[in-house]
Design a binder for this molecule. Structure first.
Ligand SMILES: [Zn+2]
Length: 111
């Protein structure tokens, strides 16, 4: 493994990868806290850091058909959630380009 560039978020409220504790997202970038992931509740963010994306996949979610990429922590490679690449339902378009982080896979720092 080479040297990894880890981006640090300026809090005060930050979500971190539960597994390796690098910063994942800022509370300022939360769009919604009322989402459901594979492991229960999940958060929708407009921006996350220190992640890598898996291949594009078409997936049928509770809110319809979407093209998504799984989101992995770039530091420890644990799956943290997914990114909405494309939504097919007009009412779901606002999610395109945004990120889901599973509540069960991140930890809150600062509150
Ligand atoms: Zn991690």
């Amino acid at each position: 493994m080479g040297l990894l560039f880890v981006e640090t978020l300026s809090g005060p409220k930050v979500f971190r990868c539960k597994f390796c504790k690098v910063d994942s997202a800022s509370n300022d970038d939360v769009v919604s806290k009322d989402f459901h992931g594979r492991y229960g509740r999940a958060y929708l963010f407009k921006r996350v850091v220190n992640i890598s994306l898996g291949p594009k996949e078409d997936r049928l979610l509770m809110t319809g058909f979407h093209t998504v990429n799984d989101v992995y922590c770039s530091s420890c490679q644990q799956m943290l959630g997914w990114r909405y690449e494309k939504a097919y339902d007009e009412g779901q378009k606002y999610k395109e380009g945004k990120f889901i982080l599973e509540k069960a896979r991140v930890t809150k720092i600062g509150w």
